[in-house]
Design a protein around this ligand. Structure first.
Ligand code: RIB
Ligand code: CA
Length: 317
C-alpha cells in the first residue's frame, strides 16, 4: 500500500527559471496544475522581455494561478554574461504576455519575494533540498551560470536540470543556426552544459513538434471556458472570429514541454550527447553542435506530441 508519506516523497520539488513570455506563462500554469510536482520558487531572467517586465509577468501569472503554497520569487540577471542584450517582443508582445488582460492582483499576495538575487535563491534551495530539487530552465541560462561561478559544489546538490533550449539537429529560431534561449547567452549555456550536473535538454528538435493550432483552440481550448483558457486565447493572440492566430499559423509549446519532461520523462525520446556552444560572435553565434568530449547530457530529439498535448489541455481546466 502506498502511504501518504511515500506518496508525498514522490512529489518533485521544482524551481522554475524563466523569462515570462507567453509560453513561459503556459508552462507555469501547467506546472502548478500538475500533482507530480510542487513549484517551490520561480526566478526571472532577461530574455523574451527585459527583466523588470519578466518579474511583473511572474506576478501577473501567479495572480491568475493563485497557488496555495506562496512560492518564492526572485529577480535575476538583466543582461547576458557576454554580448548584446536581446529580446523577442515580436513574438511575445510589448508586455511579454501578448497583451492579455491580466493584472497583478493587489491585496492577498500569491508569492513571497526573496530578498536576494536569483542565483542566491537557486543555491539556497539546492542546499535546503540536497539531491531533491529539480531546476527547470525555460529562458536564457545566465542565472544558472552565475550560480555555477559562485558555488559549483552547491549547484551539484541539484537533482537535475531540465532545460528548454538549443537546436541540435534542426534549424534555429533566433538565427538559422541558433535557438533563442541559447543565442541570448551562449557563454552561459556553455558553462551549464559542461557543468557535469545531470541535464535533460528539450531543444527545438522536440518542441517544434508540439503546438496549438486554430482547430485545437476552437475544439479543445475555447470550450473549457475558464480563466485559464481565456488567458491562453488572449496571450496567444487567437482571434475567435477569424479562427486564426494574430501573427502566426501555430503556437509552439516550447516551455510547457520542459514541464512535460518532468511530469513524464517517457514523453521524450532522448540520446546521450556531449554538446558545445559557439560563443564567438559571428554567423554561428549560439549554435549548438555535438562533440566527443565533455560531459554527456540527455537530449530530447523526439516527443510523443499527441500524449503531451492531451496532458497540457487536460490540465488547463
Ligand atoms: O526558443 C524558444 C524559447 O525562447 C522559449 O523559452 C521562449 O519563451 C523563448 O524564451
Ligand atoms: Ca522562455
Amino acid at each position: 500500500m502506498v502511504t501518504l508519506k511515500s506518496k508525498r516523497n514522490e512529489i518533485k520539488k521544482i524551481l522554475i527559471d524563466c523569462d515570462v513570455g507567453v509560453d513561459d506563462a503556459l508552462a507555469l500554469i501547467l506546472a502548478f496544475h500538475s500533482p507530480e510536482m510542487e513549484v517551490r520558487a520561480m526566478t526571472g531572467v532577461n530574455g523574451n522581455v527585459p527583466l523588470g517586465a519578466v518579474f511583473t509577468n511572474i506576478q501577473k501569472v501567479l495572480s491568475l494561478i493563485r497557488p496555495k503554497n506562496r512560492p518564492l520569487i526572485a529577480r535575476g540577471a538583466d543582461r547576458p554574461l557576454k554580448g548584446d542584450t536581446i529580446h523577442a517582443h515580436s513574438v511575445h508582445g510589448s508586455d511579454g504576455l501578448g497583451g492579455a488582460k491580466i493584472e497583478v492582483k493587489q491585496g492577498k499576495v500569491w508569492w513571497e519575494e526573496y530578498s536576494g538575487p536569483a542565483d542566491e535563491l537557486i543555491l539556497e534551495l539546492a542546499y535546503q533540498f540536497p539531491n531533491e530539487l529539480a531546476l527547470i530552465a525555460v529562458g536564457p541560462l545566465t542565472n544558472l551560470a552565475l550560480a555555477l561561478r559562485k558555488d559549483p559544489a552547491g549547484m551539484k546538490k541539484l537533482k537535475e536540470l531540465v532545460i528548454m533550449g538549443g537546436a541540435v539537429r534542426t534549424r534555429g529560431n533566433a538565427t538559422p543556426y541558433a535557438e533563442f534561449n541559447v543565442y541570448s547567452d551562449p557563454l552561459a549555456s556553455q558553462i551549464v552544459f559542461e557543468s557535469g550536473i545531470p541535464i535533460t535538454l528539450v531543444p527545438l528538435d522536440a518542441t517544434h513538434q508540439v503546438f496549438l493550432t486554430p482547430g485545437c483552440m476552437e475544439e479543445r481550448v475555447k470550450p473549457i471556458g475558464n480563466a485559464f483558457s481565456q488567458f491562453v486565447i488572449e496571450a496567444t493572440g487567437y482571434d475567435t472570429g477569424a479562427h486564426r492566430f494574430r501573427n502566426r499559423d501555430n503556437i509552439f509549446l516550447h516551455d510547457p514541454l520542459a514541464i512535460g519532461a518532468v511530469i513524464d520523462p517517457t514523453l521524450l525520446k532522448t540520446e546521450r550527447l556531449s554538446l558545445q556552444v559557439e560563443t564567438q560572435e559571428g554567423e554561428y553565434y549560439g549554435k549548438v553542435t555535438e562533440n566527443n568530449d565533455g560531459p554527456k547530457i540527455d537530449v530530447g530529439l523526439g516527443v510523443d506530441a499527441e500524449r503531451f498535448l492531451e496532458i497540457f489541455l487536460s490540465r488547463l481546466s
